[in-house]
Ligand binder design. Structure first.
Ligand code: GAP
Length: 468
């Protein structure tokens, strides 16, 4: 049965990720770079599958959605208008002795875990001042046990500059979210398409945040990939609560059905009034039971007309919508489901990890459509040219339709072991019987059951199993 989240450690996932080529520390040969990771051959495939499945489910298969691809560097006024320059802050505390810095809410939560209180403290609902008071009142210390300085606001936008002449450079920001590229293109999208409200715009791309908290593997990194949707609607003719619920259902369906994540490891958490951003009327987090606790995977917020109105004010451009039936002119409202592709990847690895003690193997029970490779093709023996040649022709047949890997090293048992650990759902072996009757063995990763399939039917058989 499935590995429970409680017996799984992040260390096991980190070790497997490096051992098998999913994720490496960035600049490993220079000792790494804080909260930064590179994706190896398997990680790149897994990311690509997650990204493609998201795009297919959220954009391609929906009539009311389109996608865009905006720049990482946007006009700096974008971030003034959106509030990021003034308010995209994390609370930061500093250890008085070591001068190490921590995100205040994370440091307080970690301290409370080892110093349980009788009062109910909702750390995520505290503002800077309230955190400061709590630190003083409970004598909260740093993870090293030292006194900490009062929390300060720390802006997490990364800054850079355009231009070559010193003193004449234009400051720019690496985007802190992909969402603003959607808002700033709202009029362009509307004017260049035949879209009518309600409709949504999605995009996938890199975002950057100078995160204070480190050490959470790819859960929280400085550079990460976001998949965000801004769903625009008329609040007078659309019931926002029903729309919000339909997006929650779409998010849940994507995670549990498309990606095959176990529903018992997921829950919805509603943001309290104090925790919610000032412009949001409703926010929920879809949380996953990561090995380090229930944490935000995917957020959904009703951002009202805040962003478009801010951009109207700061750019002086008209970003309103004219109802084609009534002629009414208004600024649309938005509901925003926003997720990190890398966080989905970490969840997928954690959820799939299974120690099959009975068979002394580690298996990544990834949904076949998600697995880096959907099939592996082996010649039974690598020193038999007739087996290798036949296996190569099977590989080229199947690889036209599926992601396939090739392995001819070691014995068949070792190959199965390696494929199980990277989540390959089907292993195809070309043996001596293949040369006689043109059939191959297909071994199922989870049950380890082997069946014989005729080569002309193999691609169809595998495609069907992957879709199941
Ligand atoms: N536009 C709204 C927005 O950016 P967010 O909750 O800050 O909202 C959305 O980010 C999602 O992006 C999160 O739910 C998470 O999955 C992902 N994310 C945010 N910060 C991240 C980080 N430092 N590393 C990896 N993923 C991150």
């Amino acid at each position: 049965m499935s590995q429970t989240s409680s017996s799984l450690t992040l260390e096991k996932i980190i070790a497997l990720s490096k051992r098998r080529g999913f994720i490496f520390p960035t600049s490993d040969i220079y000792g790494g770079l804080v909260s930064s990771y590179d994706y190896g051959p398997l990680g790149a495939e897994l990311l690509r599958h997650i990204r493609n499945l998201w795009w297919e489910a959220m954009i391609t298969r929906r009539q009311d959605m389109v996608g865009i691809d905006s720049q990482i560097l946007l006009h700096p006024q974008t971030w003034v208008a959106s509030g990021h320059v003034n308010a995209f802050n994390d609370p930061l505390v500093e250890d008085k002795v070591t001068h190490k810095r921590y995100r205040a809410d994370h440091a307080i939560s970690a301290w409370l875990e080892t110093h349980p209180q009788t009062e109910d403290i909702q750390v995520e609902a505290l503002n800077l001042e309230q955190m400061g008071e709590l630190i003083l009142r409970l004598k909260i210390t740093s993870p090293e046990g030292n006194e900490i300085l009062p929390p300060k606001a720390f802006n997490i936008m990364f800054q850079s500059a355009i231009g070559v002449v010193e003193g004449d450079k234009m400051p720019v920001y690496l985007r802190g979210e992909t969402a603003q590229g959607i808002f700033t293109n709202f009029a362009n999208i509307l004017n260049s398409s035949r879209l009518q409200l309600p409709f949504g715009v999605g995009q996938v791309g890199k975002s950057f945040r100078n995160e204070i908290t480190t050490g959470q593997f790819v859960f929280r990194t400085l550079e990460f990939e976001q998949a965000e949707i801004e769903y625009f609607f008329d609040p007078e003719s659309t019931d926002w609560q029903a729309l919000f619920k339909s997006w929650q259902d779409a998010m849940w369906g994507f995670i549990t059905e498309t990606l095959g994540i176990q529903p018992e490891h997921l829950r919805w958490r509603r943001h309290s009034d104090q925790e919610r951003s000032f412009y949001s009327k409703e926010t929920y987090d879809l949380e996953y039971a990561f090995p380090f606790g229930m944490k935000e995977l995917w957020g959904i917020a009703y951002r009202t007309d805040y962003d478009l109105k801010q951009h109207i004010e700061f750019s002086g451009h008209d970003l309103s919508y004219t109802d084609p039936k009534t002629g009414r002119v208004f600024v649309p409202h938005v509901i925003e489901p926003a997720v990190g592709i890398n966080r989905i990847l970490l969840m997928a690895l954690c959820d799939a990890y299974w120690e099959d003690t009975q068979n002394s193997r580690v298996v990544l029970r990834l949904k076949p459509s998600l697995a880096p490779y959907q099939a592996a093709v082996f010649p039974l023996l690598k020193n038999k040219p007739e087996l290798v040649e036949k296996a190569r022709s099977v590989f080229s047949q199947v690889s036209r339709k599926l992601a396939v890997t090739w392995d001819e090293r070691g014995n068949i048992g070792k190959r199965y072991y390696a494929q199980d650990e990277i989540g390959t759902p089907f292993c195809v072996t070309i043996d001596f019987q293949t040369l006689e009757d043109n059939t191959v063995t297909v071994r199922d990763r989870d049950s380890m059951i082997q069946v014989r399939v005729a080569v002309p039917e193999l691609t169809g058989y595998l495609l069907q199993r992957v879709e199941e």
